[in-house]
Ligand binder design. Structure first.
Ligand code: P1T
Length: 379
């Protein structure tokens, strides 16, 4: 089955009781048993819920994985992966990554005796330099949030495999339509399904997909034991959102490419980060491992101050100033004071994240309206 058909049909079966073609919202916490332990595969909704099962099977198919697990948020998915670790284990993670991921690693898991190394993974020598016998996990994000750096997934997977280290890839920015890390050698793919997967800014959710039965056993055990599961209504919304994932992503990519080309020619803009631009450092790798270049881009103003960025952001009329990304509506954000404020300034600067950096999540509106809005906000 091709991707576009999977988005609509994979994992989703018409309801056996009524024939309803949409998976019902099984809004129930528990299931009747005819005798203790005798049931129809469902005992309690923290463990399993039919609406969640349909979504998990659908996502597994979209990521070319054997299994999928969904969580109450993207952070809950990352939390679950990190819970595979033990004290004294070491992790190598992208130094340009979602601020909340940096925060859970440094403020939560570091206290449990796990050591994190944050490196620029667009150069894989930086990864190899930090590998030692304690390294158990490599966490890559590509394209990265917010600088849109590209990590060569085939190469980092080969490095991880040769050292028997697990590779988890946060595929949030690409979505399963543009990139399938499992097919490129990753062990686990992680999503904030809040973003392109849900697609309509109406749900907070996370996901992990993989192929290994052993990892499935461990991760589903943590999912059930720790309980960060999404409710059936949210699973329904995600199933509905996914049905148009491929169509939305095509428009996100077309619009973002046009906006990037508008911005590189604007006199007040000093730099544009978009992997679709031929001069982007990761352009060739992105071409090789992604179907298109995505709907996210960032740019710096020539006036590199928080004030200049804030003035621009407050002048936007169609773009909504908000955290998050990947919805049908265009959003704009200021990583230094919003999504990445939890990363200390000196760490942000080391990663190249400047005060004037503005991040855009390009929606699927008419692109001329979007460009006009950016143009008037530049003043
Ligand atoms: O927000 P949540 O669903 O918990 O997902 C966390 C997360 C994980 N990974 C990446 C790459 C992300 O971008 C996010 C969330 N990001 C934002 C809210 C943001 O505005 O960047």
């Amino acid at each position: 089955m091709k991707f576009e058909t999977k988005t609509i049909h994979a994992g989703v079966h018409s309801d056996p009781a009524t024939g309803a073609i949409m998976t019902p919202i099984y809004q129930t916490s528990t299931y009747a048993q005819s005798a203790p332990g005798v049931h129809k595969g469902y005992e309690y909704s923290r463990t399993h819920n039919p609406t969640r099962t349909a979504l998990q099977d659908n996502l597994a198919a979209l990521e070319s994985g054997k299994w999928g697990l969904v969580f109450a948020s993207g952070m809950a998915a990352t939390d679950t992966v990190a819970k595979l670790l033990k004290p004294n284990d070491e992790v190598i993670a992208s130094n340009d990554l979602y601020g909340g991921t940096y925060r859970i690693f440094t403020k939560v898991f570091q206290d449990y005796g796990i050591k994190f190394h944050f490196v620029d993974m667009s150069n894989l020598d930086n990864v190899e330099a930090k590998i030692n016998s304690k390294t158990k996990l490599i966490c890559a994000e590509t394209p990265t949030n917010p600088l849109l750096k590209i990590v060569d997934l085939r190469k980092v997977a080969a490095i991880a495999k040769s050292h028997q280290i697990l590779l988890a890839v946060d595929n949030t920015f690409a979505s399963p339509y543009l990139q399938n890390p499992l097919a490129l050698g990753a062990d686990l793919v992680v999503h904030s399904a809040t973003k392109y997967i849900g697609g309509h800014s109406d749900v907070v959710m996370g996901a992990i997909c993989g192929n290994s039965n052993e990892l499935f056993e461990k991760l589903s055990f943590i999912q059930n034991s720790c309980g960060a599961v999404p409710g059936p209504m949210d699973c329904f919304l995600a199933i509905r959102g996914i049905k148009t994932l491929h169509v939305r992503m095509e428009r996100h990519c077309q619009n973002a490419s046009k906006v990037a080309n508008f911005l590189i020619n604007h006199p007040k803009v000093s730099k544009v980060y978009y992997p679709g631009l031929a001069n982007h450092k990761g352009h060739e790798i992105a071409k090789n491992q992604m179907r298109d270049f995505g709907g996210m881009l960032s740019f710096e103003l020539k006036d590199d101050s928080v004030q200049a960025a804030h003035k621009f952001l407050s002048s936007l009329k169609i773009f909504v100033l908000a955290e998050s990304l990947g919805g049908v509506e265009s959003l704009a954000g200021h990583p230094a004071t919003m999504t990445h404020a939890s990363i200390p300034k000196e760490e942000r600067e080391k990663a190249g994240l400047k005060d004037s950096l503005i991040r855009l999540s390009i929606g699927i509106e008419n692109v001329d309206d979007l460009i006009e809005d950016l143009s008037q906000a530049m003043g």
